[in-house]
Design a protein around this ligand. Structure first.
Ligand SMILES: [Fe+2]
Length: 316
């Protein structure tokens, strides 16, 4: 396969090259497909190519003496498989695998060395990227060690979303998050998962929204992880006041079964979410007919609501 002949690359590190450097490097690139679980580098073995992912995601795994592995860092289209190239290291002590199948641009290490010697700008970018990857790795370690499954799942999904792109097809999203979705299924007893997209282009949008925004219950949990867009859940406990919960990208919500609730979109009428189901028949509402939902306006404030006001108050 020949690499894309466009001037700009999907890979953001390659995209940061000066135009003449990009043209030089482009001639040395080969697009390859990395299959899930494919070993890219074995620990401490000489590295002869560096990979710049397009839509593949590469995982750097710390390998223990008993053979156990744990994720140390992930690399997608924002980076490169072997950042130690910028300091001339010949190998890495970790095992590097393709976590998500996709394409990457492969560059022989001799060509990378030559470019780094001639191109201080590119070398600086790789060093800055190394610093960013170190910080991300520290945060990943903290999350893996201190957070529960739902928080870890949220981190995996958000990081992966950054790497595969928010506009990916539903099938690509489900494939990209297959491990995390499966972990959630096992923890919550869910049998299926899908991606729901609702936006102004959705056919019969108002009919669909009327179904969402009328008080109802389900005979199973309503579990959503928000990928993009915003909306507002109203939760109506059996013996309590109605509570409004605004959700946006990165939020996970679980409305327990038989809990009265309804849902509205915010003003841009757009949301994308992963849904988990315990019942293979999927989303089945049981409407209460109470009319309580009509007493509450779907007012979304958003994360920016308090920010400028607080800032102005402090500076006043
Ligand atoms: Fe619902």
């Amino acid at each position: 396969m020949r690499p894309d002949t466009r001037r700009n690359s999907v890979n953001q590190l390659l995209n940061s090259l000066e135009p003449d450097a990009f043209e030089r490097v482009k001639k040395k690139l080969t697009r390859v497909k990395l299959r899930a679980k494919e070993v890219v580098y074995k620990p401490d073995e000489p590295i002869d190519h560096v990979f710049f992912p397009e839509n593949a995601v590469i995982c750097l795994m710390t390998l223990m003496s008993n053979g156990d592995t744990i994720e140390a860092s992930t690399v997608g289209r924002e980076g490169a498989s072997w950042i130690s190239a910028s300091v001339g290291a010949p190998s890495m002590p970790c095992e590097t695998i393709a976590a998500i199948e996709g394409t990457a641009l492969r560059l022989p290490i001799a060509d990378l060395d030559r470019e780094l010697k001639e191109n201080g700008h590119f070398r600086d970018i790789l060093i800055e990227y190394s610093h960013a990857l170190l910080i991300a790795s520290m945060r990943t370690s903290a999350c893996n060690g201190l957070h529960g499954l739902q928080e870890r799942c949220a981190r995996w999904i958000l990081m992966t979303l950054d790497r595969v792109g928010a506009d990916a097809q539903a099938e690509e999203v489900l494939a990209a998050y297959a491990d995390e979705i499966e972990a959630m299924k096992q923890q919550g007893g869910y049998t299926t998962a899908d991606v729901i997209d609702v936006n102004p282009q959705t056919p019969n949008l108002d009919v669909l929204l009327n179904k969402f925004k009328t008080e109802h219950t389900h005979s199973e949990d309503e579990v959503r992880f928000i990928l993009s867009g915003r909306g507002i859940f109203h939760i109506h406990p059996a013996n309590g006041d109605v509570v409004a919960i605004e959700v946006e990208a990165g939020d996970m919500i679980r409305v327990p079964r038989d809990t009265k609730h309804w849902f509205d979109l915010c003003s841009n009428r757009t949301i994308r979410a992963i849904r988990w189901f315990q019942d293979t028949t999927g989303w089945t509402p049981h409407y209460t007919g109470s009319g309580v939902d009509a007493q509450f306006d779907p007012v979304c404030f958003g994360p920016a609501y308090f920010g400028p006001r607080v800032e102005n108050k402090i500076s006043a």
